[in-house]
Design a protein around this ligand. Structure first.
Ligand code: ATP
Length: 313
């Protein structure tokens, strides 16, 4: 895969003197779904806004499909669709008119057949003559997506696409995003719902205080930084952990009624057999056992917290 977006040494200091981005380097691969995660104020919107040519970069360079977003703004911007967080439309306009207008903004020739298919795909076709003010919140979001896609961009940015939408619409949006990717559109989304990134993304970027802390394949990330826990529910409570089990660094919970073993998600599975044998040799009986795996949310929280406290992994 080749990079469709290339961010090189990007730094942004707002006129207030606040440094919102610090030497960000990032390549987005053609055809991927990339999720950018970060706490409030981390710099996600600033980064997206610079790539989309809405905010001026400070130092550094951004290329969209090889076009410099400053020097070759129009060509670069034409490649990109942006679904903003906030509704930024004339609410008295009709759906069809607003979508057609968006296409015209990019100097694209009218293509009613394309726009009809777009509105049909977004379940908006029967609302094409409705004024935006008369639509539900979920439909307004779909209109924002239709506007962003009206000029047939190859790259789609979604800034918090499902903030405040109900579960059903969120699932619909996820399906919509997947369908777009199948059609070859590269998707970059920011989200506070880690579950969304876990569900959708091929790769994850974590940004904190203007610094890109990590960019990794999602599955590899969850394997590398994820933890698993094996919990044994004991028949008889233990007062202390017997000496032969000490090397496993077990925790004794629930008044001595459960033994918990925490291990790396990519650890050798043999380690569990060894532990269970040691438990048996120590004459400890258990009535039940189960394993859990840390979510992307656990990993994200520990990354951001560790960086705040200066801890290293
Ligand atoms: N125009 C501006 N002038 C000065 N500071 C700004 C400006 N826009 C953003 N900032 C600051 O830059 C930092 C990054 O903001 P940004 O909106 O990029 O964060 P974010 O990660 O998108 O946050 P959120 O998740 O809350 O949307 C914040 O501290 C914000 O206050």
């Amino acid at each position: 895969m080749s990079a469709i977006i290339s961010v090189q040494g990007l730094t942004k200091t707002y006129p207030s003197g606040f440094q919102a981005l610090k030497n960000v380097n990032l390549d987005i691969q053609r055809g991927e779904i990339f999720a950018l995660l970060g706490p409030n104020g981390a710099g996600k919107t600033t980064l997206i806004s610079i790539i989309c040519g809405i905010v001026n970069p400070g130092d550094g360079r951004v290329l969209a499909d090889g076009k410099d977003v400053v020097q070759d703004y129009r060509a670069a911007r034409q490649k990109i669709g942006l679904v903003p967080q906030e509704l930024a439309v004339n609410i008295f306009e009709k759906v069809w008119d607003t979508v057609q207008f968006s296409r015209g903004l990019f100097g694209k020739a009218p293509n009613p057949a394309y726009l009809e298919q777009l509105l049909r795909d977004l379940s908006l076709w029967d609302k094409k003559d409705s004024k935006i003010i008369a639509l539900s919140g979920g439909m307004k979001r779909r209109v924002l997506i239709a506007k962003a896609l009206a000029h047939e961009p190859e790259i789609l940015f979604l800034d918090e696409p499902t903030a405040g939408v109900d579960v059903e619409l969120r699932r619909d949006m996820w399906q919509m995003i997947r369908t777009l990717r199948e059609k070859g559109v590269t998707i970059i989304l920011t989200t506070h719902y880690i579950e969304e990134a876990e569900e959708m993304a091929d790769r994850i970027g974590v940004i904190n205080k203007g610094e890109l802390m990590l960019v990794e394949d999602k599955t590899a990330l969850m394997k590398k930084l994820g933890k698993k826990q094996l919990t044994l529910q004991l028949v008889e409570p233990l007062a202390t952990i017997p000496a032969p089990l000490e090397p496993f660094c077990l925790a004794l919970d629930h008044g001595g009624n459960t033994l918990v073993y925490t291990y790396d998600a990519d650890a050798d599975p043999q380690v569990i057999t060894t532990l269970l044998r040691a438990v048996q040799n120590a004459h400890i009986e258990f009535r039940d056992l189960h394993t859990t795996q840390s979510s992307l949310e656990d990993i994200f929280v520990s990354l951001v917290t560790d960086s705040a406290t200066g801890a290293t992994a």
